[in-house]
Design a protein around this ligand. Sequence first.
Ligand SMILES: C[S@@+](CC[C@H](N)C(=O)[O-])C[C@H]1O[C@@H](n2cnc3c(N)ncnc32)[C@H](O)[C@@H]1O
Length: 409
Amino acid sequence: MTITHDSSTRAFELIAPEIRADLIAAVRENWPDLSDGLGERGVHQMVVFLATSAGTDAPMTPSLRVDLFWHAFVLHTKPYADFCTALGGFIHHVPDRASRNPAEARAAVIRTRSAISAAGYRADPEFWPGREHRRLFGGLLAVPRRVLRQPREHVASQPCEPGERRQPSGPAPGGRRADRRRTYMNDARVAAWDTYAQGRAQRRTTNARGESTWFNWTQYPDHGPGAEQLSLLPGGRVLDLGCGSGGNLAHLTTLGMRAVGVDVSPAQLGKARARWPGVGGMELHQGDALDFLVPAEPFDAIYSVFGAAYFTDPVLMLPAVHAVLRPGGVFAMSQQPAVEGCYGCQASYIPRGPDEDPAVVRRWDYPTAAWPGLLRGFGFVNCTATVLPAPARGRRKIGTLLIRAVREG
Ligand SMILES: C[S@@+](CC[C@H](N)C(=O)[O-])C[C@H]1O[C@@H](n2cnc3c(N)ncnc32)[C@H](O)[C@@H]1O
């Protein structure tokens, strides 16, 4: 059977309902909020993308959302091959690791969207950001994705961030962040972290070495490496994603850095202001870390200690970090190592009162060995992931996963 390109519905129907359901389920692993209805639309947009690709020799670039569906479909090799045959020939999924320029990536996706429209199909704006989304999607456009579950040869080039959970922000108070993307941020999440803040004591006034400020990557006091991991020079501009009560930021200011922190929790920031009053060179912002990562003045280093980078999907966080990091700058984050077999989005529970359910926040865990590849997929180099053992003395045995990478120069 051969189909023509005049009916995307006919092409859509070439994919059996059970395969469509399976594609939606697979995409949902990376996009937990995906509804069945939106999932069907996603399959349909993948179909119009492939149908348009089949009718042109021009390179076509999927949006990140469409790419998720395509990846899932490619893994169903038999139905995918049958579908391509019906379109007139096999459509290969060709990696393009050479081009990482966000502007080029954005332009490629916009060209593809135009080609879809020119071919007579409707490009669903939920799945195809256009020129009007330029600011909204900021630095997230250049980047690949699913490097964890997919064979390498199936990694597509330059998909573009869809932005399902983002809305353009209106003018911010004072106008400062007027053009920032606004990530979904619900009161429950803010409340959860405020609860966390209430349950945590302030940082000690001095550490075991008698220092009044210090940098700690781990969950243990007086343990692990320090600020040298960030390879900063005095005067450098550094960003803490999920800075909490600001102890690491305060230390960086004593080293002469311009230290900026963002945290979603007003209670955490309140503790930071109370603990470090009058610390010069420290700037605190309340809000979601992703919203803060809009290309403006670049940072010389970005880090997150059990912070926002742990509690945000790396497929969103890593390209956003990459976009605002100076070439040659370090990105480093620490978190607990994953529990074997528990990968992807996981639940973390924050205790509340004895008669209350705990608050739940989401975190993302992957095998230690997967992190360097994940980072490389988003344009980082010199990528390492290491589990620092827990202190030898003491009963706790869980180490700290320290992830470090450099934005290519
Ligand atoms: C476990 S605490 C760690 C705080 C701090 N980094 C430290 O080492 O003490 C996690 C922090 O990340 C913040 N956070 C979590 N998700 C965030 C997000 N998406 N954007 C900004 N802050 C976030 C929380 O409010 C909280 O302060």
